[in-house]
Design a protein around this ligand. Structure first.
Ligand code: ACO
Length: 388
C-alpha cells in the first residue's frame, strides 16, 4: 500500500474503523441506546441477574431454567482459589494497586489449566465458569491480605454478588445492597470494542489461553482514560467540595484543557444510558442507607457541564455515578476498577469466544516515520543524545 493511501486510511485511535463483525452488543450513541444481544440494557438491569446476563452475552441467548441453574451451580462450585494463588497474592506489596494484583492472578490461572483445547465447547464452558467464579474471590482476597488479614472463604448459601460483598466486607450484605451491586455488574458487563475488549480480542486472535486474554484486558482497563476513571471521579468531586463550586471548577478545568473525569465517550454524543441507570441506583442507595454529600456536587457538576460541554456532545459516562454507589456499598476506592473487571470479564469472554469462531490474527500496518536506511557508526564517532 502506498504511503498516500495509508495516510488517507489512518485514523488515530482507530476511531470509526471497524475491526470485526460482532453480534454481542450494539451502541446507538446518538440516541443513547445500548443493547446486549438485542435486549435493552434498561430491561436487563431491571429484570436479569449478572450471571444470567453473562450467559446471554457469552452464549447468545437467555438461558433456560435448567441452563441457568447449572451455570450458577458451576460458578458457585469454582469460587474457591488454590492456596498457591492466595500465597502468591500474599507476596505482593500491600501498597500495590489491586488492578496489578488482579492482572497477575488472572494470568496465573493459566498455569493451572491446560491451554490445548480452546476449540472445544467444554473447555470454553469450563474456562468461562472458572474466570467468572474466581476473579471476585481473588479481588476480595487481595483486599483482606493487604489489610494484614487472611482471605475468607466464599459462602455457598450466598448468591454471586452477595457473596462477593461478604468476602470483601466480612459481613453478609443487606439484600437491597446486594441487588444494587448485581445491577451494577450487569451495566458494566459489555460495551463492544472499547480498549480493553479490543485488547482481549487481539490477544485471543493469537489462540493463546483465555486467562492470558483476560489478563491483557485487565491491564488495559486499568488506565485512567478507561476503567480507572471511576476512581478519579470521586477525587474530583472532593476537590470541588461544594455544589456551588461546580461552575468555577469547570471553567477553570476547561480553560486549562483538563479533562473532566466521568465525562465524554468515543461512542456517545448524549448521556450514557448506563450513567442514567447508575444515577437512579445511587438515589436508591442514599434513600435506604443515608445520603452522600458528594452526590449534590455530582448533580451540580452535571448540570453546569450541560451548557459548557453538552454542545460538544460530552455528557456523563458510566464512570460518573458508579463510584458514589460503590462507596456507599463499602467498596474501597482503588477497588472500583477491579469491580469493573469482575463484571467486564463476561464481555471479554463473549468476545474471546466470538473471535475463536472466525479468527484471523490481528496484524495492522503502520506509517513509518523513522530514519531512512543509514550506515552504522562506530562508538567513538557518535555524538547524539536521547531523552532517557
Ligand atoms: N472533559 C473535557 N473535555 C473533554 C472530555 C472531558 N471529559 N472528553 C473529551 N473532551 C474534549 C476534548 O478536550 C476534545 O476537545 P477539542 O476537540 O477541543 O480538543 C474533544 O472533546 C474530543 O476529545 P478526545 O479526547 O479526542 O475524545 P476521545 O473520543 O478520544 O476520548 C475519552 C474519549 C477518552 C473517554 C475522553 O472523553 C476522556 O478522556 N474522558 C475522561 C476520562 C473518562 O471519563 N474515561 C472513562 C470513559 S468510559 C470507560 O472507559 C468505561
Amino acid at each position: 500500500m502506498s504511503k498516500e493511501t495509508s495516510e488517507i486510511l489512518f485514523r488515530p485511535g482507530l476511531e470509526g474503523v471497524p475491526v470485526t463483525h460482532s453480534a454481542i452488543c450494539d451502541i446507538d450513541g446518538l440516541n443513547g441506546n445500548l443493547t446486549y444481544r438485542g435486549y435493552p440494557i434498561e430491561e436487563l438491569a431491571a429484570h436479569s441477574t449478572f450471571l444470567e446476563t453473562a450467559y446471554l452475552l457469552i452464549w447468545g441467548e437467555l438461558p433456560t431454567q435448567d441452563q441457568l441453574r447449572e451455570f450458577e451451580a458451576q460458578v458457585q462450585m469454582h469460587r474457591r482459589v488454590s492456596f498457591r494463588v492466595r500465597d502468591m497474592l500474599k507476596c505482593f506489596p500491600a501498597t500495590g494497586h489491586p488492578m496489578d494484583a488482579l492482572q497477575a492472578s488472572a494470568a496465573s490461572l493459566g498455569l493451572f489449566y491446560s491451554r490445548r483445547a480452546i476449540d472445544k465447547p467444554q473447555y470454553i464452558y469450563d474456562a468461562v465458569v472458572r474466570l467468572i467464579a474466581k476473579i471476585p474471590t481473588m479481588v476480595a482476597a487481595f483486599q483482606l491480605i493487604r489489610k494484614g488479614q487472611d482471605p475468607i472463604q466464599p459462602r455457598d448459601d450466598l448468591a454471586y454478588s452477595a457473596n462477593f460483598l461478604y468476602m470483601l466486607t466480612e459481613r453478609e450484605p443487606d439484600p437491597l445492597a446486594a441487588r444494587i451491586f448485581d445491577r451494577c455488574l450487569i451495566l458494566h458487563a459489555e460495551h463492544s470494542l472499547n480498549a480493553s475488549t479490543f485488547s482481549a480480542r487481539v490477544t485471543a486472535s493469537t489462540l493463546t489461553d483465555p486467562y492470558a486474554v483476560v489478563a491483557s484486558a485487565v491491564g488495559t482497563l486499568a488506565g485512567p482514560l478507561h476503567g480507572g476513571a471511576n476512581e478519579d471521579v470521586l477525587a474530583m468531586l472532593e476537590e470541588i467540595e461544594k455544589a456551588d463550586g461546580a461552575g468555577d471548577f469547570l471553567d477553570n478545568a476547561i480553560s486549562k484543557k483538563r479533562k473532566i473525569m466521568g465525562f465524554g465517550h468515543r461512542e456517545y454524543r448524549v448521556k450514557d444510558p448506563r450513567a442514567s441507570i447508575l444515577q437512579c441506583l445511587a438515589e436508591e442507595m442514599f434513600a435506604r442507607f443515608g445520603k452522600d454529600d458528594m452526590y449534590e456536587v455530582a448533580t451540580a457538576l452535571e448540570e453546569e457541564a450541560s451548557t459548557r460541554l453538552g454542545p460538544k456532545g460530552i455528557y456523563p459516562n458510566v464512570d460518573f455515578y458508579s463510584g458514589l454507589v460503590y462507596r456507599k456499598l463499602g467498596i474501597p476506592r482503588d477497588l472500583f476498577t477491579p469491580v469493573f473487571a469482575i463484571s467486564r470479564v463476561a464481555g471479554w469472554l463473549a468476545h474471546w469466544k466470538e473471535q475463536l469462531g472466525a479468527n484471523r490474527i490481528f496484524r495492522p500496518s503502520q506509517i513509518y516515520t523513522g530514519a531512512q536506511k543509514r550506515a552504522w557508526l562506530p562508538l567513538e564517532e557518535r555524538s547524539n543524545s536521547i531523552d532517557a
